[in-house]
Design a protein around this ligand. Structure first.
Ligand code: UGA
Length: 430
């Protein structure tokens, strides 16, 4: 079976490489000529554990190819995936212009029956719009539109694509269902067949539910601090209930990344358009935004006057095992502290540069965690990279101006740090 994937970002490239790994012939397409040229040289434009090897192996076997031509993909492939970005529009809606462009291009070159799969995260009813557009510009041509949302997690993208918890496929015809069943036959995961809108809704509902769990535990963390409880114990205590589950109950500095913030906003927006005011989603967002303020206030409380203080920061990506800084709470915290007049020196294992919007306020990048901690009034842990767990705290204490650590991810052992003479603050743990 031959597949084409339009959009070679995190989702498109990882999906393409994983399908190739399963034995399919995959053409990954992107209109960014530079990106395709780079990929053809075997260079991956982002950090994701294992992706380099997977791409290399499958290219060598001739199963994974790259192109800038949508026509080439449509001429030769049975299934065309749309995996382009759906960024956040100004009003909170998903900006679907890339999806619309690709749909138009597909219509332009469509000849024989093709299954067109939306892989990008889209608001419910987008599939219908794609179908209408293609029918309009390719009248009389045979095709089906399918919704097949992806649930990959950055940092674990290959594992979560090759071994997903479930595969969701929204179809309108038996013919399309047959093609999709054949495609996913080599995957060992429950396959859920729904109609188009249900599949679209499952994606937004899943991401929003994950965000709900995180905001819930972050709100609990604040109550823990006010009452003297410990959020790690509370989260453990509730997570052992099988109906609740232990995942996504880690309190911290709020959720970030390209997906959760934008999807919760887009879901709230489309719900309102459909006629339902989904206030719960707005509360999730509110808790998330104020979680960062709360963390900055912790820093202010420790330092008193932030202006002129040197602050070391460990981590910048929105979570560990990725170099992605989009909507990263760590970046936002740095930005706020810079605005308050702090000098920020950062170490992140994978992020080595970042242009902040305000050219006046920039952060200094360091090559080691110790360089970032040198001479600082306090050190912030904002991304939970494993490397930080192995830190030599005795060495750290000697190089910091004052041994204060504020841990936004509850990564460190407070008893051990206090015994070593650190002032240690974390989230929801007294
Ligand atoms: C998320 C979903 O988890 C994927 O299932 C989905 O496919 C993807 O979005 C998408 O829509 O493409 P991802 O954005 O890679 O995946 O990141 P997550 O692992 O979900 O983490 C999101 C944020 O929540 C991070 O900032 C993380 O640090 C934070 N988080 C996560 C917490 O603060 N606490 C937790 O317990 C878990």
């Amino acid at each position: 079976m031959k597949l084409a994937i339009v959009g070679s970002g995190h989702v498109g490239l990882v999906s393409g490489a994983c399908f190739a790994e399963k034995g399919y012939e995959v053409l990954c397409i992107d209109n960014d000529k530079k990106k395709i040229a780079t990929l053809k040289k075997g260079v991956i434009p982002f950090y994701e554990p294992g992706i380099n090897e997977l791409v290399l192996t499958n290219r060598r076997k001739g199963r994974l190819k790259f192109s800038t031509s949508i026509k080439e993909g449509i001429d030769n492939s049975e299934i065309i995936f749309i995996a382009v970005g759906t960024p956040l529009g100004e009003d909170g809606s998903a900006d679907l212009s890339y999806i619309e462009n690709v749909s138009y291009e597909i219509a332009k070159y469509l000849k024989d029956y093709r299954v067109i799969v939306e892989k990008s995260t889209v608001p419910v009813k987008t599939g219908e719009r794609i179908k209408t557009l293609i029918s309009k510009y390719a009248p009389g041509k045979e095709f089906d539109v399918v919704s097949n949302p992806e649930f990959l997690q950055e940092g674990k993208a290959i594992q979560t694509t090759l071994f997903p918890d479930r595969i969701v496929v929204g179809v309108e015809t038996k013919r399309a269902e047959g093609v999709m069943r054949k495609l996913y036959a080599p995957f060992k995961a429950p396959l859920i067949i729904t109609n188009l809108v249900s599949a679209e809704l499952i994606k937004h509902a899943s991401n929003s539910f994950l965000a709900l769990k995180i905001s819930y535990v972050n709100a609990l963390a604040r109550i823990c601090e006010l009452s003297g409880a410990d959020i790690t114990q509370v989260a453990y205590g509730i997570g052992l209930d099988k109906r609740i589950g232990p995942d996504f109950l880690k309190a911290g500095i709020g959720y970030g990344g390209y997906c959760l913030p934008k999807d919760v906003a887009a879901f709230a927006h489309i719900s309102e358009q459909l006629g339902y005011n989904f206030n719960l989603l707005k509360e999730i967002q509110k808790i998330n935004v104020t979680q960062r303020d709360w963390f900055v206030k912790k820093v202010e409380k420790e330092l008193w006057v932030v202006k002129g203080k040197k602050i070391g920061v460990w981590g910048l990506s929105f979570k560990a095992d990725t170099d992605d800084t989009r909507e990263s709470p760590a970046v936002e915290i740095c930005q706020r502290l810079l605005e308050l007049g702090a000098h920020i020196q950062v170490y992140d294992p994978q992020v080595h540069k970042l242009q902040l919007s305000d050219a006046k306020h920039q952060i200094k990048f360091c090559r080691t965690p110790y360089e970032a901690a040198k001479g600082v009034h306090c050190l912030l842990l904002v991304t939970e990279w494993n490397e930080f767990k192995q830190a030599d705290f005795k060495r750290l204490k000697k190089i910091m101006l004052h041994p204060t650590i504020i841990d936004g991810r509850n990564m460190f052992d407070s008893t051990m740090l206090q015994r070593l003479g650190f002032t240690y603050r974390s989230v929801g743990r007294n």
